[in-house]
Design a protein around this ligand. Structure first.
Ligand SMILES: Cc1cc2nc3c(=O)[nH]c(=O)nc-3n(C[C@H](O)[C@H](O)[C@H](O)COP(=O)(O)OP(=O)(O)OC[C@H]3O[C@@H](n4cnc5c(N)ncnc54)[C@H](O)[C@@H]3O)c2cc1C
Length: 324
């Protein structure tokens, strides 16, 4: 077990080893806070960029363009040079009053008491289960994040001819991943009358030869073992059916605030974002937020990196008794 976890206490615990959490850890070290730990549930730190096998990452942080995996490796390496400790395969399962964290790590269940805690748990796309789409539960239904980790981390291709649902910036990333993996989407559906991100989606759809259907919402997923087709309507009563072997739901991001939601930390009822003051501090003042957990949509990594750095500054001041 990691030394800090063994000791059971630290100055700052950072939940989430993505760009926001890692940048906070680096900044805290630079500011002289030594007893910090990053708790990351995956087997490697770096967050979402680990499986975004495309550029552009790193422009704000490093002044150059990196692919997601290269960027993830770089931020983790930079943090390790400063002696940041990252506990991997370590999930925080609940947060308690005054910085008491319940943790599951490879050695079992344990508790950690932190003087301050940074919630940097990111965001996730809305899964099919929360989109109220009727039909069965055949294989072949994924979000972009899941597709990317299959393609880039596990070298697996889950479908060949999916339907892509959504036209956010992440949907562009989905098309790019499909192209890379030799997957040819048969259609892209958007509920609204124009793409959410006008450019590059309309261009990308043309470039990747994917027909874009506007004013179209998916009504039913058909298939027994695997997806075989989907039905979609245009809101005026007419329906179409397209043959496909998968459905890729993209975007509609929700902040990953389950720990706050299940615990005692106040969240905005509509968005699920933890409520914070001008210092990014939650209703329990032991807790702070940074990165995509604090955003309504998924912001770029550079912006999350910056919010992690800012949060570290406030935490440092707070530990020194300089915040009201
Ligand atoms: C598909 C996709 C493509 C993108 N492409 C780009 C791009 O090209 N360029 C760009 O700049 N940005 C891109 N982004 C945005 C960028 O990836 C995010 O802005 C950035 O990763 C957010 O950083 P974060 O630290 O807030 O969260 P994340 O990167 O999501 O990291 C959060 C971390 O917290 C961990 N975690 C969560 N809960 C727990 C828990 N209970 N216990 C322990 N660990 C936990 C997670 O495992 C994860 O590692 C993309 C995003 C997506 C989804």
């Amino acid at each position: 077990m990691n030394d800090i976890l063994k000791a059971g206490s630290c100055d700052v615990a950072i939940i989430g080893g993505g760009p926001a959490g890692i940048s906070a850890a680096i900044e805290l070290k630079k500011l002289g806070i030594d007893r910090i730990i990053v708790l990351e549930r995956e087997c490697e730190a770096g967050g979402i960029p680990r499986h975004c096998g495309h550029p552009p990452f790193g422009i704000r942080e490093y002044g150059r363009i990196l692919s997601g995996p290269a960027y993830a490796k770089k931020i983790v390496a930079d943090s390790s040079l400063l002696g940041v400790e990252i506990a991997l395969r370590t999930s925080v399962v609940s947060v308690g009053q005054g910085g008491l964290l319940s943790i599951i790590c490879p050695d079992g269940a344990t508790e950690l008491r932190a003087k301050r805690v940074l919630l940097a748990t990111g965001t996730r796309e809305t899964p099919r289960s929360a989109r109220f789409v009727s039909g069965g539960r055949p294989m072949g239904i994924y979000n972009t994040g899941a597709l990317q980790s299959m393609v880039y981390l596990k070298n697996t291709i889950p479908f060949k001819r999916p339907i892509v649902v959504g036209t956010e910036i992440v949907s562009f990333s989905a098309l790019f991943t499909c192209k890379k993996a030799g997957i040819q989407p048969v259609a892209m559906l958007e509920e609204k009358s124009s793409p959410t991100v006008r450019w590059p989606i309309s261009l990308a759809a043309k470039f990747f030869a994917v027909p874009l259907h506007l004013d179209s919402h998916i009504t039913k997923i058909i298939g027994h073992d695997r997806v075989t087709s989907v039905r979609f309507g245009n809101g005026h009563g007419s329906e179409k059916e397209i043959e496909c072997d998968g459905v890729l739901f993209t975007g509609k991001f929700i902040p990953e605030s389950s720990l706050a939601r299940m615990g005692h930390i106040d969240i905005e009822s509509g968005t699920g974002i933890p409520i914070v003051d001008q210092y990014g501090r939650c209703s329990d003042r032991t807790y702070y937020v940074a990165g995509n957990i604090a955003h309504h949509s998924a912001e770029v990594a550079g912006k999350c990196w910056r919010t992690g750095k800012t949060a570290a500054g406030w935490i440092c001041k707070d530990l020194a008794g300089q915040l009201m």
